[in-house]
Design a protein around this ligand. Structure first.
Ligand code: MRU
Length: 380
């Protein structure tokens, strides 16, 4: 992971008193390593991990060392290119079989975020233009890098469009973490925050804690703290009360998959509840996404694979003791089991607008705008 000096609209982390720019996902060509910030340790410890094979990279997606739709997309893109470099022969047919194996291993890690598949499909499409195994490997690596760079640019553009929604004094609710940690840099839902901050606008963010894994309390709060943005963590159940009292003006969340044909939004469990509440209180509800989050294939939201995660996440929680050691503590009744769907689907009528890198659209407009959204090749 390369630490760079501070620039505008990049991830700023203060480690040992020094503010540096880090990317959530990076790749080292010399050693063929994928480098990630270990998000399981935040906010208690900042650590970079190095993954030396595509198997290790796949495991890091599965165990959520890296998480968030855009970040796992970029990790999978690098993981695919990394896996292809692990192939030592020259035979084209064997290389094709190996490519499929690497692709399938990475694809099997997490089911809901479509960015993971879209990213790898971009890499695969680009590498097909190569004639030899060596050419294909090089093209795959270039495509993975291009995906990561393009994602950062798209997040910045989301910020420019979304910042128009934020005025001095706006109180914003966000859910889960669709920030720089969920992408290579900048974030989707948080990008308008950072762009508004750059314009000198003062506003306040309420971060849903986001049980069961607490991405809001642990990750979004950490990011906003690092960036110096006014914020408070709230219990997931508090938003309705705050809305009823007129203390929330705007909701901005991210998404793991937006169905282009219907405008349905898959996002972290609890998003649908917040969208219903926002509609009840006539509070604008926006979803911020890069183009890789759009699913051009599915017919409707019922077809979205919803990840079911381990019961342990609901039956207890991870935290750090006073001595800094991380530990899991059981909070639920010892004899009880849990049901743990990790995502839900919000219908389009509850969504005011989708903030994309090319503008803000109504959910029902996406399909009609598919040329503008740059997706010609993917549409069947
Ligand atoms: O399970 P996670 O942490 O990978 O979930 C993804 C998310 O963080 C959210 O659903 C987020 O709001 C959208 S990802 C950009």
């Amino acid at each position: 992971m390369i630490g760079l000096e501070r620039k505008v609209l990049v991830m700023k982390v203060t480690v040992n008193g020094r503010a540096m720019h880090y990317r959530t996902v990076d790749y080292g060509a010399r050693d063929n390593v994928v480098r990630l910030i270990d998000q399981r340790l935040l906010p208690h410890q900042f650590k970079i991990v190095e993954l030396r094979s595509f198997e290790q990279t796949a495991a890091a997606i599965r165990d959520m060392t890296v998480r968030g739709a855009g970040a796992i997309g970029a990790t999978a893109a690098y993981g695919l290119a990394q896996g292809l470099r692990q192939f030592s022969g020259k035979n084209q047919a064997e290389f094709d079989l190996w490519t499929q194996r690497v692709y399938d291993t990475l694809k099997s890690t997490r089911p809901t975020a479509v960015d993971l598949v879209n990213a790898m499909d971009q890499v695969r499409a680009r590498m097909q233009t190569g004639r030899t195994v060596a050419e294909r490997k090089a093209l795959a690596m270039a495509a993975a890098r291009a995906f990561a760079e393009e994602q950062v640019n798209q997040c910045r553009a989301i910020g420019e469009h979304g910042a128009r929604l934020i005025r001095s004094g706006t109180r914003i609710l966000t859910h889960c973490n669709a920030g720089w940690l969920a992408f290579v840099d900048v974030g989707s839902a948080t990008a308008p925050f950072y762009a508004a901050q750059e314009r000198g606008i003062k506003f306040h963010v309420f971060c849903d804690e986001t049980r069961p894994r607490l991405q809001g309390a642990a990750l979004t709060a950490w990011e906003l703290y690092q960036q110096g943005i006014s914020h408070q963590v709230i219990a997931d159940n508090a938003a309705g009360h705050l809305m009823q009292r007129g203390e929330i003006d705007l909701v901005i969340v991210g998404s793991d998959r937006v169905v282009a044909r219907t405008g349905e939004i898959a996002n972290k469990i609890g998003t649908y509840t917040k969208a219903v509440l926002a509609a009840r209180h006539r509070i604008p509800f926006y979803v911020a996404i890069p183009l890789s989050t759009i699913d051009w294939e599915l017919r409707n939201g019922r077809q979205i694979p919803i990840e079911e995660r381990d019961q342990e996440e609901v039956l207890g929680a991870w935290g750090a003791a006073d001595n800094g050691r991380r530990q899991w503590v059981r909070t639920a009744n010892p004899g009880s089991s849990a049901c743990n769907p990790a995502f839900d689907v919000t219908p389009p009528e509850l969504v005011t607008g989708i903030i994309t890198p090319v503008g803000i659209f109504k959910p029902g407009e996406l399909w009609g705008k598919r040329r503008k959204l740059g997706i010609q090749n993917a549409v069947k």
